[in-house]
Design a protein around this ligand. Structure first.
Ligand SMILES: [Zn+2]
Length: 324
């Protein structure tokens, strides 16, 4: 079937993976190009189009994830705080659509990854699911009744920006004490650096040669400093409290964790599972599964394929399944 090839693009702050896949989610070609956002939207989009064309087959549609807020109906960016250059009100959809000769659909990158999990990952068989991407920040997506819920601006599901500490650290969103400020990879690593500098993390110091730039959650998980282990456990506890809040409101049967932080080791995930169970008391959560993504860092690309197939988010509202 000639129309059975779809394309996905997942614009990131550093890299932009692109892929072609068939409807069943088999990736048939892929590449990853540097984003180089500071060169400006026109050149970035030109390079993305060239990379897609170099994959060798013409897709019937393209799903593209952007790191921030977008006008889904008009295919334009609204606010992409993590990309350098002026990305406000860029007609990404129309520009790429004209160049590639097929429809192009935009979605927030983490919502797109949620759609990937729902369509091709652990969410295939569940009706209600939460997805969290825990890395530099904490993004999220919400699936209810088999539908990715987007809200009026496509911004529903920002689980990482619930307030957990009223007077906590300033967040990139402008609020204080968001979950993201205390449980993201950035927050964990910052605490790791602090503990190393005050002499409470000799093992981490040895692993990183005392170089703060080398302190990541992955390196921290290798250390046997009790202060570092405590720090990771506290971050997992805060994440779990944030998840428990969302679980109490939505009662999903599955929580999928993507991003780099949940991959640092079993103790982290064990703490998250344990604390969520402690903190949701209004109904039994014995059947609630909390799992790491099986799509890993490709969840976004898979979501792009699903988005390309399903078409415009707001045009699918009358369908039995899709995005709403
Ligand atoms: Zn925030």
């Amino acid at each position: 079937v000639p129309d059975d090839i779809w394309a996905a693009v997942d614009i990131g702050g550093t890299n932009t993976p692109v892929a072609l896949a068939t409807s069943d989610g088999t990736i048939v070609a892929e590449d990853c190009i540097p984003t180089l956002a500071d060169e400006g939207p026109a050149r970035v989009l030109d390079r993305i189009a060239t990379a897609l064309q170099a994959l060798g087959r013409k897709p019937a549609g393209v799903g593209i994830g952007v790191p921030g807020l977008a006008d889904l109906r008009r295919g334009r960016t609204l606010f992409l705080p993590n990309l350098t250059g002026n990305w406000r009100d860029v007609p990404v959809g129309p520009m790429l659509s004209e160049r590639l000769g097929c429809p192009v659909y935009l979605l927030n990158d983490v919502r797109m990854a949620t759609l990937g999990e729902l369509t091709y990952g652990l969410g295939r068989d569940v009706a209600d699911m939460l997805f969290l991407a825990v890395g530099t920040g904490i993004g999220g997506g919400v699936v209810i009744d088999g539908q990715l819920r987007l809200g009026a601006l496509g911004a529903a599901g920002e689980i990482g920006h619930q307030t957990l500490m009223p007077d906590g650290p300033l967040c990139g969103c402008g609020n204080r004490g968001c979950l993201e400020t205390i449980a993201s990879g950035t927050a964990i690593a910052a605490e790791g650096v602090r503990l190393m500098r005050i002499g409470l993390a000799p093992s981490l110091h040895a692993i990183t040669d005392g170089n703060a730039d080398r302190v990541t959650t992955k390196e921290m998980a290798k250390s046997d400093d009790s202060a570092i282990r405590d720090c990771i456990r506290r971050a997992a506890t805060w994440l779990a409290i944030g998840i428990a809040n969302a679980v109490s409101i939505l009662h999903p049967s599955l929580v999928v964790l993507g991003g780099g932080v949940p991959a640092i080791g079993a103790p982290y995930l064990d703490t998250v599972r344990e604390v969520v169970r402690e903190r949701v008391r209004m109904f039994p959560v014995d059947d609630l599964r909390i799992e790491r993504s099986i799509l890993g860092d490709k969840a976004g690309l898979y979501g792009g394929i699903a988005l390309a197939r399903q078409g415009h988010p707001q045009e699918t509202t009358t369908h039995a399944s899709g995005i709403r």
